[in-house]
Write a protein that binds this ligand. Structure first.
Ligand code: HEC
Length: 112
């Protein structure tokens, strides 16, 4: 390999690494922020998930009823119940718009 090629490749590797560290991968964000309620497998069978009656994201019917725009909105702005009590907090301060979009794609992958 020519030295210039080698230099270019290492510069590229550096740039890619920097981009990755700015936004955490969706799987990592899911584990850190969402799995407590929605479950690592998206089924929502955790202690908190059962209590809050979260949906089973492996269920095709559940997936069919959910629109991408709603999933983005809920993750960004959170959910409150009819009495105005928070069921799920808003993540707009912790996650970028791209991270939220990646999480929605991650949720879609739970469907069996
Ligand atoms: C404190 C528990 C909790 C955590 C943590 C949590 N959620 Fe939720 N989530 C809920 C509840 C409760 C609902 C509303 C369920 C309902 O009303 O049917 C919900 C609803 C949603 C919805 C709307 C679709 C649906 O199931 O009704 C999406 C999308 C969603 N959550 C994504 C996420 C993502 C992404 C994260 C992590 C960034 C996350 N949630 C973290 C509890 C949680």
């Amino acid at each position: 390999m020519k030295p210039t090629t080698k230099l270019l490749l290492s510069a590229l590797a550096f740039a890619t690494g920097a981009a990755l560290s700015a936004a955490a991968p969706a799987a990592e964000n899911w584990e850190n922020h969402c799995a407590k309620c929605h479950g690592a497998d998206g089924k929502g069978q955790t202690k908190v998930g059962k209590k809050l009656q979260v949906k089973d994201y492996t269920d095709a019917r559940v997936q069919a009823e959910m629109k991408d725009a709603d999933l983005i909105k809920v993750t960004t702005d959170g959910v409150v119940d009819k009495a105005g009590k928070e069921k799920m907090k808003a993540y707009k301060d912790e996650l970028s718009a791209d991270e939220v979009k990646a999480l929605v794609a991650h949720i879609r992958k739970f469907q069996a």
